[in-house]
Design a protein around this ligand. Structure first.
Ligand code: PMP
Length: 396
């Protein structure tokens, strides 16, 4: 069968080899410690599950408006106003089938061949592919470890051309675990003034921030920022609902309408009873459930970063958001560990898995070969055990 050029050009996930091998080893009975998870290890709170069951029993099992039911879009608009200081009408909100779908559809709605999208390193693996699938080109910007891998206003200024259509900002960041300060975002917003560049602000980890970190929505920085920003969010991370596939986008009416047109042909509405559960999740006072999860993540992240930093040749800053540590392990590159030459993050991850049975994600597919990503969405006990193994392995 013929395969389209578009499909041929999408590379298989570069992280999949390590994940598949970890699964194989587990199936053989090997005790693998997994730091690969991109989802919370908590269950969806019961009150949200109950709302889905209630909706199912009440017959909420048919098509809805393709962009999502108006009650849910109204609750999302109210959430964005209350928590993020953003004034959106329900028509400026579209419910998508997970944040990944929001991203794909936003790129399809805005980009044309020849357009460029600025992507600071490290970036979530899905961004470049969604940009390329829309016929546009990712403009990768190398960032500085000393600046916690964040793009600076000067770097942004130098990178913008008349081809630039979008700047992607992801704060708190996957895989970096860092967060832009409100001042840093303001400086970025100022650089954009007078340009035609949109901002795609991926705020999916907004609830998971640590220490004295402040979260601010990019669109809330100024009227100018509001007019050029697509705010992307979802229920996966904050409510531990990754399998429910619920994401949303808010922004300028004409873009949201264009996304709605695409969605009406590509997928139609997100799962109907899931939308009713989302109303409950976003409408009920959920601070307590979210806060207890956040506190636990903070405790684990602090421990993980401190432990990593105490290992020779491993440099890790404290994560200020999301649930990832992203240490620089490059001082071990060039070494031969147990007969395996470590030439980069792919070799590092592979050898660590084979020799010490610890699974982590190489930094290369995130644009940062000096680093590896460890998720702390697993128990403290597992973190201790896994890091003991990593430390011992590197000491050889
Ligand atoms: N953005 C970022 C930065 C993510 O890490 C993820 C999940 N890995 C998503 C968006 C999308 O999540 P979902 O499709 O589950 O809503």
């Amino acid at each position: 069968m013929k395969i389209s050029k578009r499909a041929k050009d999408v590379p298989p996930s570069a992280t999949i080899a390590v994940t598949t091998r970890a699964q194989e080893l587990k199936a053989q009975g090997v005790d693998v410690i997994g730091f690969g998870a991109g989802e919370p290890d908590f269950d969806t709170p019961d009150y949200i599950k109950d709302a889905a069951i209630k909706a199912l029993k009440a017959g909420k099992t048919k098509y809805t408006a393709a962009a999502g039911i108006v009650e849910l879009r109204t609750i999302i608009a109210a959430k964005l106003k209350k928590e993020n200081g953003l004034e959106y009408s329900p028509d400026q909100v579209i419910v998508n089938i997970g944040g990944k779908h929001s991203l794909y559809e936003a790129m399809q709605a805005v980009l044309d061949p020849g357009d460029e999208v600025i992507l600071p390193v490290p970036y979530w693996v899905t961004y470049p592919e969604t940009i390329k699938l829309a016929g546009a080109t990712p403009k990768i910007v190398e960032t500085d470890k000393a600046n916690s891998y964040k793009i600076t206003p000067d770097q942004l200024k130098e990178t913008i051309t008349e081809k630039t259509a979008i700047l992607v900002i992801n704060s708190p960041n996957n895989p970096g675990g860092f967060t832009y300060t409100p001042q840093e975002l303001k400086a970025i917003a100022q650089v954009l003034e007078g340009t035609t560049v949109y901002v795609l602000s991926d705020e999916i980890y907004e609830k998971l921030i640590y220490g004295d970190t402040k979260f601010v929505s990019f669109a809330s920085l100024s009227e100018d920022a509001y007019n050029r920003t697509l705010t992307l969010n979802g229920l996966s991370k904050a409510f531990s609902m990754t399998g429910w596939r619920l994401g949303y986008t808010a922004g300028p009416l004409e873009v949201i309408k264009a996304m709605g047109r695409l969605q009406s042909h590509m997928t139609s509405n997100p799962v109907t009873f899931g939308q009713y559960a989302a109303i409950e999740a976003l409408g009920a006072p959920a601070e307590e459930a979210i806060e207890s999860m956040r506190i636990e993540f903070e405790r684990r992240g602090k421990y993980m970063a401190e432990r990593l930093n105490s290992i020779e040749g491993v440099e890790c800053s404290q994560p200020t958001g999301a649930f990832y540590c992203f240490p620089d392990v490059s001082s071990h590159y060039g070494r031969n560990i147990n007969g395996t030459k470590i030439n980069g993050s792919m070799d590092f991850a592979k050898a660590l898995l084979e020799q010490a049975n610890v699974a982590l994600v190489p930094g290369l597919p995130f644009g940062c070969d000096n680093n590896v990503r460890l998720s702390f969405a697993c128990s403290l006990e597992q973190i201790k055990k896994g890091l003991d193994r990593l430390e011992k392995w590197l000491k050889q």
